[in-house]
Design a protein around this ligand. Structure first.
Ligand code: NDP
Ligand code: DGY
Length: 329
């Protein structure tokens, strides 16, 4: 009896997700699974149709879950589990109002994302994509004293905006490169910063004094558009800007202006607005801008574990038990 009642719990999954998570959902025997069986985002109309009557929803950061989606889902919806640590795509107020619980994937992607951030930083400051391109296009004529020179971490000042899980993991990895000062900003000083000799400073100080500005905060109304003309105007002309948080933290027109006018040295972005960035976007015409396609957490094992956690959060939400990682609303 119990099984057949449980079998009726409808779960909508907005994308093909790694099999680790699918297996858990299938083995639970409690879900009537409906999957948007594609590697591409679910079209809005299909999303609205797919969630109708669902008890659980598994979504990705590319799915905007707002009042319209929640209304389309209706009163059955108990739990939303996102395959991401970022939750700026979820209308939290609307979700809270309806008493829906939310699962997300903190911690399990911290190492992979910090690693990618370091890779992007080094690729940007040492001009790796340019160098690779020159080898291929015949631009490599001989060893030249000032050709493809960049900036190094040794003896530098690094500023981390948002010393959260990922920000701290980035700082830990950068310190051994010989970073002299590690500055950070945020809403309040962090005790964990001691471990990396981090100095809590006002944003203005961080932006003015850093040789590398690394953005790893969450996207909120406060951080939206934080990196604008004024911000880039305070940075050193030799400084490097790195963003692996969310594209909307940056005003891209202002960044383009700062990069093309030589106001800052270079930028490395793993996140943009929109995603994908159109191939004719002005930022892509710049040699001093390295853009990656949002691959911060993209290792096989990390994505597998994220999928597992997303499934387990969902099941806990469906059964009304404790989630491995619930977002406190
Ligand atoms: P955390 O919540 O641990 O860290 C976010 C940090 O941002 C917190 O320390 C928070 O401070 C800080 N913050 C919030 N508001 C501000 C502000 N106004 N100024 C400065 N700092 C602020 O999350 P994670 O480290 O796990 O993840 C951070 C973000 O990284 C995610 O939200 C996501 O957007 C992005 N991300 C990107 C990935 C990629 O593929 N490129 C992969 C994974 C995550 P406080 O502690 O005071 O709230
Ligand atoms: C997240 O989890 O928020 C990232 O952007 C993708 O892993």
């Amino acid at each position: 009896y119990k099984m057949s009642t449980q079998q009726t719990l409808k779960v909508f999954v907005t994308r093909r997700i790694p099999q680790e998570g699918m297996q858990i959902l299938q083995n639970s025997g409690m879900c009537n699974l409906s999957v948007w069986d594609s590697d591409e985002p679910v079209p809005r109309a299909e999303l609205l149709q797919g969630v109708a009557g669902a008890h659980g929803l598994i979504c990705l950061l590319s799915d905007k879950i707002d009042a319209e989606v929640l209304d389309a889902a209706g009163p059955n919806l108990k739990v939303i589990s996102t395959l991401s640590v970022g939750f700026d795509h979820l209308a939290i107020d609307e979700i809270k109002k309806r008493g829906i619980r939310v699962g997300y994937t903190p911690d399990v992607l911290t190492d992979a994302t910090a690693e990618l951030t370091v890779a992007l930083l080094l690729a940007t400051c040492r001009r790796l994509p340019e160098g690779v391109e020159e080898v291929k296009n015949g631009g490599w004529s001989t060893w030249k004293p000032l050709w493809l020179c960049g900036y190094g971490l040794s003896g530098s000042t690094v500023g981390v905006i948002g010393l959260g899980r990922i920000g701290l993991a980035i700082a830990r990895r950068l310190k051994p490169f010989g970073v002299k000062r590690l500055l950070y900003t945020g809403r309040q000083p962090k005790p964990q910063a001691q471990e990396i000799d981090g100095e809590y400073v006002p944003l203005d100080t961080l932006v003015r004094e850093s040789d590398f500005v690394v953005v790893s905060c969450s996207l909120t109304p406060d951080t939206q558009g934080l990196c604008d003309k004024t911000f880039f105007g305070k940075m050193k002309k030799t400084a490097i800007f790195i963003n692996t948080s969310r594209g909307a933290v940056v005003n891209q027109e202002d960044l383009f202006e700062a990069l093309s006018s030589g106001q800052i040295a270079a930028a490395g972005l793993d996140v943009t607005t929109p995603e994908p960035l159109p191939t004719d976007h002005p930022l892509l015409t710049l040699k001093n801008c390295v853009v990656l396609p949002h691959i911060g957490s993209a290792t096989y094992s990390t994505r597998g574990v994220m999928s597992e956690l997303t499934a387990n959060n969902l099941l806990a939400g469906l059964t009304g038990s404790e989630m491995p990682t619930e977002l406190k609303l």
